[in-house]
Structure formats: C-alpha cells, structure tokens
Design a protein around this ligand. Structure first.
Ligand SMILES: NC(=O)c1ccc[n+]([C@@H]2O[C@H](COP(=O)([O-])OP(=O)(O)OC[C@H]3O[C@@H](n4cnc5c(N)ncnc54)[C@H](OP(=O)(O)O)[C@@H]3O)[C@@H](O)[C@H]2O)c1
Length: 240
C-alpha cells in the first residue's frame, strides 16, 4: 500500500485529493495547522474518513514535518496543497509586508516541507506542488501572487531532474471554489465568481474535485515528471 502525505489536506483541493487517493487504496495522511479543520475534514470524508489519519503540523516547522515523514516512511506520494491568502493588490497599494508573508506562507512553506521530507521519500516517490495560473497570466493586481506562484512552479523542472527517479510535478489552477476564498463575503464571492465564469472559456468556476483529479493523475502516473499542468478553465487565455 502506498503512503500518501498531503500537507494542506484539511480543506479544498487537498481534501478532495485525499478522498480520491483513499478510493485508489492509498494509506492517506492529511496535515494542517488547525486541529478543528482536520476534524471537520475527517467528517466531510464520511466513511472514507476512517481510513485517513490526521496530523496537526505547520509546514513551516521543519522538525515537525521531518518527524511526521520519518514516522510514515517511506512516503510514496507527497502532495502540497497549502498556501496563505495574502499578497494580492495593485503595486501602488501593495502591502509589501503582506507579500513577504505570502512568500513565507507558500514558497517557503513548500521549500521547508520538501527539504524536511526528502530523506523519508520512497525511491520512486512522487512530489506534487500546487502553483496558480497567476504565475503565467497578466491579471492586474496579481504581480505579487504571480511571483509567489512562479517561484513555486519554478521548483518543478530542476527538482524533477535532480531528484529522479522521484517524480516532481505541479498543477496550476485558475479559479477554484474552495474555502481559500473565505475572506470574501458570500454574496460578493458569488457575484465575483459569476462574473469570472461568464468570461472563462469553460464558463464555469472549477470545483476542488476538478483540480484534485489532475493532482491525483500527476501523483500516480509513472510517466509524468517535470510537468506543470494548467488546470485553469482556460484562465491563461484571458489577458485580464
Ligand atoms: N482556490 C483557488 O481558487 C486556487 C487558485 C489557484 C491556486 N490555488 C492553490 O491551490 C492550493 C490549494 O488551495 P485551496 O483552494 O484548496 O486552499 P484552502 O481550501 O484554503 O486549503 C489550504 C489548506 O492548506 C492548509 N495550510 C495552509 N497553510 C499551512 C501551513 N503553513 N502548514 C500546514 N498546512 C497549511 C490549510 O489548513 P490550516 O489553515 O488549518 O493550516 C488547508 O488545509 C494552494 O496552493 C493555492 O494557492 C488555489
């Protein structure tokens, strides 16, 4: 049985990925900072929740990540679905301190987990990172987010070459209806999503399940490495 560790697995895309990989027969461990969110996640998984182990771990805590990975070694699939929610805004108004926190909350959190978990990966393990289409789009107000996500996605190709036969891939979502958007009040979020969906080539906002299917694909397919799959509903095709 393959051991899968999903850091950021208590919500959104990570939680949906946990559901898919349990169904494939993996031994799935999900980690996040909030014990309450982990409990809620287990409930949300229903019957599958009994097969998922939960761990309170902050991705920025290298010792805690190393300890978890060592206990579950060899880790066959490492999936990182975590990020903070800061860093957006037009340059003139951009809060640079918030953008530094965004780098900490996503880029440095990713690098900390990768560094700490590396000695505990299986020889043929897969690593899957989540970027965002902002890395390659040109949406006003997203320069900071573009930089954070481009930094994460830039890890993929060199690490795929360096760590082979461990496979390293990324998934780059566009707009996904997950709790990540919780900072936007419900009515505003619905209006925003409706407006965005009407302009997307797919005419819809993605679900966590849509993206999780792509995460599960790159995490499990032995022929994929060094790729970043754009699972963005065509958002990259829009200029703004
Ligand atoms: N939703 C979108 O529209 C969208 C679009 C493009 C890209 N993405 C990317 O897709 C990934 C998943 O996003 P999502 O929408 O599924 O987000 P989400 O619903 O907010 O879930 C994020 C998960 O990460 C955990 N987390 C955050 N910081 C952590 C840390 N330092 N240590 C451990 N766990 C941490 C959270 O739990 P705790 O808070 O309890 O730690 C939660 O389980 C992220 O990289 C995000 O940037 C999302």
């Amino acid at each position: 049985m393959t051991t899968t560790l999903i850091i950021g697995g208590s919500s959104g895309i990570g939680l949906a990925t946990a559901r898919l990989l349990v169904a494939r027969g993996d031994e799935v461990h999900i980690a996040g900072r909030s014990a309450q969110r982990l409990d809620d996640a287990r409930l949300a998984l229903g019957d599958a929740g009994t097969d998922v182990a939960t761990h309170v771990v902050d991705a920025l805590d290298a010792a805690a990540v190393a300890s978890l990975a060592a206990k579950r070694a060899p880790v066959g699939r490492l999936v990182l679905t975590l990020s903070g929610s800061e860093g957006a805004g037009r340059l003139a108004e951009l809060d640079l301190a918030a953008l530094r926190r965004a780098f900490d909350g996503k880029f440095w959190a990713h690098l900390t987990v990768l560094h700490a978990a590396l000695p505990h990966l299986a020889e043929n393990a897969s690593i899957t990172l989540l970027g965002a289409i902002t890395a390659r789009a040109s949406m006003p107000g997203t320069a900071g987010l573009a930089a954070v996500n481009a930094a994460v996605e830039a890890l993929v190709a060199p690490l795929a070459a360096e760590l082979a036969p461990v496979r390293v891939n990324g998934v780059s979502p566009g707009y996904v209806d997950t709790p990540w958007w919780g900072m936007v009040p419900d009515a505003d979020r619905r209006a925003f999503f409706d407006g965005v969906a009407s302009e997307l080539p797919t005419r819809r906002i993605a679900t966590a399940d849509d993206v999780a299917e792509v995460v599960a694909l790159v995490a499990t397919n032995p022929n994929l490495t060094g790729t970043v799959i754009e699972a963005d509903g065509g958002a990259r095709l829009k200029a703004a």
